[in-house]
Design a protein around this ligand. Sequence first.
Ligand code: ATP
Ligand code: MG
Length: 214
Amino acid sequence: MRGKFITFEGGEGTGKSTQLKLLSEYLAKKGLKSIPTKEPGGTDTGQELRRILVTGDKDKFDATAEALLYFADRHIHMVQKVWPALERGEWVLSDRFADSTVAYQYYGYDKRVSREDLDCLYKIAVGNFKPDLTLILDIDPQVGLARSFKKADTMAVKELRFEGRELAFHQRLRNGFLEIAAQDPQRCVVLDADKSIEDLHKDIVDVITERFKF
Ligand SMILES: Nc1ncnc2c1ncn2[C@@H]1O[C@H](COP(=O)(O)OP(=O)(O)OP(=O)(O)O)[C@@H](O)[C@H]1O
Ligand SMILES: [Mg+2]
């Protein structure tokens, strides 16, 4: 049977990476093999694109260039990693996916890419395929950003290109993710991320159990 594709979305420091790891461990205990992955950078080529996308000056290129690079990364990711794993019956947990592109390049920027153009790029890169479930972690951006900056202190490569943007940008992102969830309530579940790591993990397990009936 084909595996499930679950995506983790939300702004900076909402706990996506932390929760993805915990869910992967939980699924392993249930005897389900899952592959943790991320965007950008889920493949070797994607790692090179990730460095270009998430480090350096925030204005080094515009929303259009970003969208094209993100979808190039996404297409490589789907073809080389996500689809083959799902075919093998493994679950794939992705730290960010296409909703992040819509949130950042459409809702986030003043000079944004149109929704039609993003939908068109999605069609080229991913076709009609969609995640089985998207978990949107929601938190006040000030709380999330504070977590991200604290974490970055210990990172060798500082992935802070987006954190450098103004608070209003991060507010627009948050609202963008909530709108995306409202537009696709079958696929998306919004979770309050302003709680302990353990409590949020429990909420995620509840969603998974209820959604996939095990
Ligand atoms: N519920 C929580 N409460 C307090 N701190 C948390 C919580 N979840 C994660 N953290 C801490 O906040 C930091 C950011 O968490 P994490 O890296 O999981 O977020 P993220 O959404 O992946 O962030 P980014 O967008 O920067 O990749 C980490 O140092 C993590 O340990
Ligand atoms: Mg992360």
